[in-house]
Write a protein that binds this ligand. Structure first.
Ligand SMILES: [Zn+2]
Length: 380
């Protein structure tokens, strides 16, 4: 149905895709023409996709650790394995997310990520930067993170940033000195997120006032919504403009997802995927410990979730399955993440934007993926 125009395989020559296209102004039935950037969108407005192929902005995942059996913390080519796996599921750009780890392990991982910020390997998603999940988190809310927690250090973030651009840091603001770190990181144009935290409502609010911008995997690994002693999650619902959310329907109940989407406009959905994403059910190592993948969930031996097995195409389908409109689901899986990073030439199908595109069937099965105009081999 949808195919690149004949003879347009050579880079630099425009190609086009036909279908119903989600543009910033609404759905357009017609075609999008592009090289590595979008050249134009031609056609007429329609109210809904109907039974035509659906063309959406490529997915953007700002919290992803691994996939295809590899983890960004691994050495030896892991970066390409992870970014290829997720590109095949429609993720066109992402933040390589590190786990809480010893400083030398973080430095080694970020050293491998750095070159991929400058040169994207064929067939892979664009790495936009690094998300440091910890190590400045609360040892009482580790979730699946290894216990390599240590006091916040601007110097450590700066050293890692020199190896690969750090765009997001997840930290627990209630720990000594961390509010000042929130201010310092914010001044350095790093987005601080509250996560793996036992912060009270008031402590969370102080962090937002100090510059923190969002919450990391809202509801998971944070103080909650108790009505007499509200924690970080309650502060998010009361005040946040942005938040992450994992819509695998395992980490967060559909009802809590609906409540969040009703309350916080710019939710950017993330996978928080671990190495098990894209792997068959069975045992494997996640964050340095044995884990078992079964039925879409990945757990360590103690029963705790060890990250997710999610991909962004499934995230989109999950949102639609719980009643989110397709256009809003596309914003939650792409546009708001780009906006959050201040990247207005990604996450939207508009002239001049990068040609990061996904084509889906009317039932939202992924058909084609383009990263910066490059056609990606489909998922098996
Ligand atoms: Zn994570």
């Amino acid at each position: 149905m949808v195919s690149p125009e004949e003879g347009a395989q050579r880079s630099g020559e425009p190609r086009s895709l036909s279908g119903v296209i989600l543009t910033p102004g609404g759905w357009v039935h017609g075609k999008v023409e592009f090289t590595e950037r979008i050249l134009g969108i031609y056609g007429g407005p329609v109210r809904a996709p109907g039974d035509a192929p659906v063309i959406l902005p490529g997915f953007i995942d700002l919290h992803v650790h691994g996939g295809g059996g590899a983890d960004f913390m691994d050495a030896g080519g892991a970066v390409d394995v992870v970014t290829r796996h997720h590109a095949r599921h429609g993720t066109t750009s992402l933040l390589a997310t590190t786990a809480t780890a010893q400083r030398e392990d973080l430095e080694r991982a970020v050293t491998e990520i750095g070159p991929r910020l400058r040169l994207r390997a064929p067939g892979t998603a664009r790495v936009l930067g690094v998300h440091l999940e910890g190590p400045f988190i609360n040892a009482g809310k580790l979730g699946a993170q290894p216990d390599a927690v240590r006091p916040g250090s601007l110097a450590e973030v700066q050293a890692l940033d020199a190896l690969a651009r750090v765009r997001v840091v997840t930290l627990a603001p209630e720990l000594p000195g961390h509010l000042e770190l929130v201010r310092e990181l914010t001044r350095s144009r790093v987005s601080v997120q509250i996560g793996h935290s036992l912060a009270t409502y008031d402590e969370s609010l102080s962090a937002l006032e100090a510059g923190a911008r969002a919450f990391t995997h809202l509801f998971n690994a944070m103080s909650g919504m108790d009505h007499r002693s509200p924690g970080a999650a309650a502060c998010a619902l009361a005040h946040a403009e942005n938040t992450e959310l994992i819509p695998d329907l395992v980490h967060v109940h559909a009802g809590a997802i609906r409540a969040t989407l009703r309350t916080i406009e710019k939710v950017h959905c993330v996978t928080d995927a671990c190495a098990a994403s894209g792997m068959p059910d069975g045992g494997l190592t996640v964050f340095g410990k044995p884990a078992l993948k079964r039925g879409g969930a990945v757990r360590h031996a103690d029963g705790r979730l060890a990250g997710s097995a999610l991909t962004m195409d499934q995230a989109l389908r999950n949102l639609v399955s719980i009643g989110v409109s397709l256009s809003n689901a596309a914003r939650h899986t792409s546009t708001y993440a780009a906006d959050y990073l201040g990247l207005f030439d990604r996450g939207r199908i508009a002239s001049g934007a990068w040609a990061d595109l996904v084509v889906l069937t009317p039932t939202l099965e992924l058909e084609e993926v383009y990263v910066e105009g490059e056609r990606i081999e489909r998922a098996a």
